[in-house]
Design a protein around this ligand. Structure first.
Ligand code: DGL
Length: 283
């Protein structure tokens, strides 16, 4: 994907030293932030978790679009050079709208996840797991078919994985039992690739690997997205070369739970987290 950063008139957009803005419905997007941090340690990152309104995965597309516009507008107000929609549900239903409305480039997680799956799948039979909203949107199958019209896609919502990951039970036998139920139809379809289409699912990788035949490759949309962000910034001459990488965290409800649960998602302690109010957006 090529993006022309000079196309943009708002402050921050054409500035390589501006931060990358990342938003999610809550803590989950910290898995994307962690991958961005690993790959792009010199980038300044501003993260917004919409903790007052999480989960997005059970809500209607219209509601998630409204929330996503408000979250993204907050980040644009911080003069970011790019917005990364870490939330799979928001990426599924709001990406086109965000791209129309925002004056900065917007990267979602669906397209990177889909291209990762097409790259690794040998049989062209791909499984996708995500929230109810992500699966209902059909965004992953559409993105996969856009890259390879022959691909066969089998999707399954796995709603229990989100609370299990937040509870610290991603490796617990309850998670293994839930995974067994959720993945049975996908295994019956002989998938050879499984897209982890939700921010929380990378935490379940060890549990999923134990259950899946070794031929099944896991595609982590968080990792794939970080690779795509790197490529886009590199191609656009927009990599930050001056900073040692600062990060800032904002949430829309009291930060207590975000700080406690988020450490496991980020793989690091969360220090200063500020509560903010989002301006309402009409969609
Ligand atoms: N962040 C959401 C996603 O990736 C999962 C949590 C939620 O439902 O809000 O789809």
């Amino acid at each position: 994907m090529q993006i022309d950063f000079s196309d943009c008139s708002v402050p921050g957009c054409g500035d390589p030293d501006a931060a990358i803005g990342v938003f999610d419905s809550g803590v989950g997007g910290l898995t994307v932030l962690q991958e961005l941090r690993r790959l792009l340690p010199q980038e300044n990152l501003i993260y917004l978790g919409d903790t007052a309104r999480v989960p997005y995965g059970t809500k209607s597309a219209e509601t998630v679009q409204k929330y996503a516009c408000e979250a993204a507008a907050f980040l644009v107000g911080k003069r970011v050079k790019m917005v990364v929609v870490a939330c799979n549900t928001a990426s599924s239903v709001a990406l086109d709208l965000l791209r129309e409305q925002l004056p900065v480039p917007v990267i979602g997680v669906i397209e990177p996840g889909a291209s990762g799956a097409i790259r690794v799948s040998r049989s062209g039979i791909v499984g996708v797991i995500g929230t109810e909203g992500t699966v209902a949107s059909d965004a992953y199958p559409q993105a996969l078919r856009a890259l390879n019209p022959e691909v066969q896609v089998y999707s399954a919502p796995c709603p229990l994985f989100v609370p299990l990951a937040e509870e610290g039970w991603a490796q617990h036998q309850i998670a293994a039992l839930a995974a067994q139920e959720y993945l049975a139809p996908l295994l019956a379809a002989s998938i050879d690739t499984l897209v982890l289409g939700c921010t929380h699912y990378p935490l379940l990788k060890p549990t999923l690997k134990q259950l899946l035949p070794t031929k099944v490759e896991l595609v982590d949309s968080a990792w794939e997205t970080a690779q795509m962000v790197w490529q886009i910034l590199q191609a656009g001459g927009m990599l930050n070369r001056t900073s040692s990488g600062e990060w800032q965290f904002f949430v829309t409800d009291v930060p207590r739970r975000f700080v406690r649960v988020g450490g496991a998602f980020l793989g690091a302690d969360l220090a200063a987290v500020e509560r903010v109010r989002l301006a309402s957006a009409s969609v």
